[in-house]
Design a protein around this ligand. Structure first.
Ligand code: UN1
Length: 510
């Protein structure tokens, strides 16, 4: 891994400022944030975090830019996003590699993440010609009523380390075509990928005369997120991360009656029925559980398996886990890279101890890897435990490759188990029986924001709305009509007649 060359290719070899209004990088007196690669433990960047003064400068610039940006026709804003998408196509290999190296996901998944950005760019370009509202028939003669959508203003984006760039793009690209300006606080664990994105965007903005401030970047920790959550100048704060963080953001944004858009924890299950295609089910379960080393919001954490197929599925699962290669995620022979840092390893160890204490039976052994190639101390073994659904730990999301298996007898029971956790992001059923599939998707089925049939819980396409219920936070991002969260709806009624009839038949004569 030639980091120097990679950083040069991305033109970020000299970067140590973490605060930017677009093309300008601000000198900031914030603490130094070090980014260590979990791949080899090396220090790969040391970035000056945003302080109160530089934060203020970024927000003021974002507000000023909004004045101009909102008046640029939406399809023209879409054109700018199209150019960003093109640039991402060119930079896919470099940026994908950096994502993989800074975050630790496999190169395939790093490239997939950049592809997700390209896809959302394409989606946003089309959307820029479809930001339409409804026309409603008025009850009054010679009146017309319709609704239109206006941009909100400055949108705050808080993103997580696990999708360090894609989730930002879901928010920023859509917000930009909607006419908003953005201020992005990336995870302090992955500042370098954020800086790389900022550079890519800034070059396009500069070439095309986009006002300074449309894309602000504020690298920093919790305090920086709090500045944004409490800031009345930021009408929408979109936050991705832990439920704990989301609750704090929701409380602060709600207290000032701003709008939070939350995409928080998941505790996603696959129901494996006796009518499942077990080969599909196994592949989905293994990718869902160990992909991104179990650090996706959509990671499969629970398998709820019909008792008749339980033993054969377990055997196949153990065999599949034996094939998994753990190691440098940039080596395409490996399936699983490291966890993000040693704190995540501690959380993994704690959950493994907790499930054992509750009586969980080990099916595939847990453990932390050490020795050559594992010097960073962040590599863990994907593991599997047999549990009972009521175990406390099973209700808890641990961001690590720990998979819980449990048995069921009836589909009603399986659905009840699936729903009986605080989180509600993603879910899936493996069945070739249409009655079971339809029940799972019905009002008495999965309570999650995403419910799949014969597909795993992770790897959603950007075209659908992404997000979930309960402790997942209720937000919807990326596709479908998620754009509406980034705009404000206005109802307009126009009287083109020569009198003033009142609604509800009210008579008022003076
Ligand atoms: C996340 O983990 O926050 O569906 C996002 C997926 C990806 C996005 C995950 N497309 O797994």
């Amino acid at each position: 891994m030639n980091l120097k060359k990679l950083l040069k290719n991305l033109e970020i070899e000299k970067t140590n400022e973490g605060c930017s209004t677009g093309t300008k990088w601000l000198k900031s007196g914030g603490e130094k944030i070090d980014s260590f690669s979990p791949v080899d433990g090396k220090l790969i960047a040391s970035v000056n975090a945003t302080d109160a003064k530089s934060y203020e400068a970024v927000v003021l610039q974002a507000q000023a830019a909004f004045e101009t940006w909102r008046m640029v026709p939406a399809p023209k804003r879409g054109e700018i996003v199209r150019l960003i998408g093109n640039e991402l196509r060119k930079e896919k290999d470099h940026l994908g590699k950096l994502v993989s190296y800074e975050m630790g996901k496999s190169l395939q998944e790093g490239l997939g993440e950049v592809q997700e950005m390209i896809d959302i760019a394409d989606f946003a370009v089309g959307l820029s010609r479809q930001l339409y509202g409804l026309t409603i028939h008025s009850e009054r003669p010679m009146h017309r009523m319709y609704e239109q959508w206006h941009p909100l203003g400055v949108v705050g984006i808080i993103s997580a380390f696990n999708f360090p760039v894609a989730v930002w793009s879901w928010n920023a690209f859509i917000a930009w075509v909607c006419g908003d300006t953005c201020v992005w606080k990336p995870s302090e664990k992955t500042p370098l990928t954020a800086i790389a994105c900022q550079k890519i965007v800034a070059a396009i903005f500069k070439e095309n005369g986009v006002p300074e401030g449309v894309s602000g970047l504020i690298v920093g920790g919790r305090e920086v997120g709090e500045m944004m959550s409490n800031d009345v100048r930021i009408p929408l704060v979109s936050a991705t991360g832990s439920t704990r963080m989301g609750k704090a953001v929701a409380a602060a944004v709600g207290a000032r009656l701003g709008r939070p858009l939350l995409e928080l924890g998941g505790n996603n299950a696959i129901i494996v029925t006796k009518d499942a295609d077990l080969n599909i089910a196994i592949r989905a379960a293994v990718f869902g559980a160990v992909g991104t080393a179990g650090q996706r919001c959509t990671t499969t954490r629970r398998l709820i398996i019909h008792e008749e197929v339980y033993d054969v599925f377990k055997k196949k699962l153990v065999a599949a886990y034996k094939q998994i290669k753990i190691g440098d995620p940039l080596d395409e022979n490996n399936h699983v890279g490291p966890l993000i840092d040693t704190l995540a390893v501690d959380a993994y160890n704690k959950s493994v101890a907790a499930v054992k204490k509750e009586g969980g039976k080990q099916v595939v052994a847990a453990g932390v890897l050490s020795g050559e190639g594992f010097e960073s101390g962040c590599y863990v073994k994907p593991c599997v435990f047999e549990v009972a659904p009521h175990f406390e730990i099973v209700k808890h999301e641990t961001f690590a490759p720990i998979l819980y298996m449990m048995k069921y007898k009836t589909l009603d029971e399986a659905i009840a188990i699936q729903n009986n956790v605080p989180q509600g992001l993603s879910s899936s059923i493996m069945t070739l029986n249409m009655r079971e599939a339809e029940q799972f998707l019905s009002h008495k089925g999965s309570d999650c924001g995403i419910a799949n049939v014969n597909i795993g819980t992770s790897g959603a396409e950007i075209g659908g709305a992404f997000g979930g219920e309960k402790e997942t936070g209720g937000g919807r991002e990326s596709g479908s009509d998620s754009w509406k969260a980034y705009m404000r709806r206005q109802t307009n009624t126009i009287n083109w007649g020569n009198s003033l009839p009142l609604a509800q038949g009210i008579k008022f004569e003076v």
